[in-house]
Design a protein around this ligand. Structure first.
Ligand SMILES: Nc1nc2c(ncn2[C@@H]2O[C@H](COP(=O)(O)OP(=O)(O)O)[C@@H](O)[C@H]2O)c(=O)[nH]1
Ligand SMILES: [Mg+2]
Length: 231
């Protein structure tokens, strides 16, 4: 948990500045249309309505970076955002289409689940995954399927995983602890000695968990960059 006054901590400040530098780069509807800027990529995934757009906006401290669109057709794209200095970007955020939206026509849904699965299995520069799960509902069957898809890459340590239990402002402390315990139990099933898996309560509304999340993502990027060395 974030200590009071954490914003004055230089590491936290640097992480915040980094997250606030997020800017839209490109949108693509197919995997092969995605550019490869040769930077570590952090992907955001979650069930429709889990709070993904709100979380991205909160992390970047922007009102409409990720459009909190209610129209399913318009959210079925992969949107890439650049981070770091404009002339020397150091990471990419990828907003992946939400899954499980009931109103999406079956064929479109299956096509998108395939794109999502391909992305998770194949995107070479994928360094980390942020999974948004409604704290009131916990992991759904679809969320568990997604975890299974990404499991090999998380287990090996290639892809880091942070689960944000969203809308934490809607539950009390006790329910929050229960949601954390339940999530930790599910995540324990995919944990290995190499895996880097985190979970935290999160609220785009109150800011709970925000500093922790921003710091985690920034640290992933720094580690990945230093591991690969300068380009
Ligand atoms: N109370 C509360 N509502 C939230 C929070 N995050 C998202 N929501 C609401 O949940 C709904 C879905 O959010 P959105 O970010 O569009 O979800 P997405 O479909 O996963 O991108 C919207 O009505 C948001 O206002 C939160 O932290 N607290
Ligand atoms: Mg959205």
């Amino acid at each position: 948990m974030t200590a009071p006054g954490a914003a004055t901590d230089p590491t936290a400040r640097a992480a915040r500045t980094w997250a606030q530098s997020a800017r839209f780069i490109v949108t693509a509807s197919r995997l092969h249309e995605l550019p490869d800027p040769g930077l570590p990529e952090i992907a955001f995934v979650g069930r429709s309505n889990a709070g993904k757009s709100s979380a991205i906006n909160a992390l970047a401290q922007r009102k409409q970076l990720a459009f909190a669109s209610k129209t399913p057709g318009r959210t079925q794209h992969i949107n890439l955002f650049g981070l770091g200095p404009a002339d020397a970007p150091d990471a990419i955020w990828a907003d992946l289409p939400g899954y499980g939206y009931a109103a999406v026509e079956r064929a479109a849904k299956q096509r998108w689940q395939a794109v999502l699965a391909d992305y998770l299995a194949q995107r070479a520069q994928l360094a980390g995954l942020v999974m948004l799960v409604d704290s009131r509902h916990g992991f759904t069957a679809l969320d568990r399927r997604l975890l299974e898809f990404i499991r090999p890459r998380v287990a090996s340590g290639e892809v880091r995983l942070l689960v944000l239990l969203t809308k934490a402002d809607k539950i009390n402390r006790r329910e929050g602890q229960r949601a954390l315990d339940a999530a930790q139990q599910v995540l324990g099933e995919i944990a290995t000695e190499h895996a880097d898996i985190g979970v935290t309560l999160f609220s785009a509304l109150s800011g709970q968990g925000l500093d922790d999340a921003v710091r985690t993502l920034h640290a992933w990027t720094a580690w990945t960059s230093s591991r690969h060395g300068p380009a």
